[in-house]
Design a protein around this ligand. Structure first.
Ligand SMILES: [Zn+2]
Length: 218
């Protein structure tokens, strides 16, 4: 089982999640879009030596902006994991959009683990399964642990992430949303922005999933 703390970061109000494996106290941070005082406080309380992974749902600056500062705090020991097709975004201020959205381009950081569909990341006694969900970016991934999905900018409450940035695709987004909807059972969904939801509610009410209302917009 994992414990989850949500910290709102970056000017674009990104949900950064600090997840801790209850059995061992090992922790991971998902999508640190900025390194805020509040995030520092949460991670300091857990202890930076316990931070094993920085898990990234994709490479946009509002999800990766805090990575370099956090790595300095862990003396480079935390491993940075991101979908294989988004790896170059960690070093490219154009594709990670920091050249456009931030006053300064982001400091480049290195990827330690390039993620593929079906891979797993083990945090203490907890397992995070990687689901490849291209559409927002080609390397977008979701992390599934127990009955929780960290959905990045793929699945949002009653919506989905933008598809008009480089490597985005309406067609792939549609396929990725249907792939998530096809998972068996129910999950709590922790998205990259806005409200937490459940997969069952999104199957029922998200207009972009399955045969709901606007199927033909794609
Ligand atoms: Zn994004």
């Amino acid at each position: 089982m994992i414990d989850i703390k949500t910290v709102l970061v970056s000017d674009l109000a990104t949900n950064c999640y600090v997840v801790t494996d209850n059995a061992t106290g090992d922790c991971a941070v998902i999508d640190p879009g900025d390194f805020t005082a509040e995030l520092d406080k949460v991670l300091s309380k857990i202890g930076y030596e316990k931070l094993k992974y920085i898990l990234l749902t994709h490479g946009h600056c509002d999800h990766i902006g805090g990575v370099s500062s956090i790595l300095k705090k862990t003396e480079g020991k935390a491993e940075v994991a991101i979908g294989e097709k988004d790896v170059s975004m960690l070093e490219d201020p154009f594709s990670n959009l920091s050249r456009y959205f931030l006053s300064l381009p982001l400091e480049p950081v290195k990827c330690n683990v390039a993620l593929h569909d079906g891979n797993v990341i083990t945090l203490g006694e907890s397992v995070f399964k990687i689901i490849s969900t291209p559409g927002h970016t080609s390397g977008s991934v979701c992390f599934v642990c127990d009955d929780k999905i960290f959905s990045g900018d793929t699945l949002f409450y009653r919506s989905h992430g933008r598809t008009d940035f480089p490597t985005g695709s309406d067609k792939e987004m549609k396929e990725s949303l249907d792939k998530l909807a096809a998972l068996k059972g129910d999950y709590t969904v922790y998205p990259g922005h806005n409200l937490t939801t459940t997969l069952e509610d999104e199957r029922l009410y998200n207009p972009y999933i399955g045969s709901n209302f606007y199927d033909n917009i794609y």
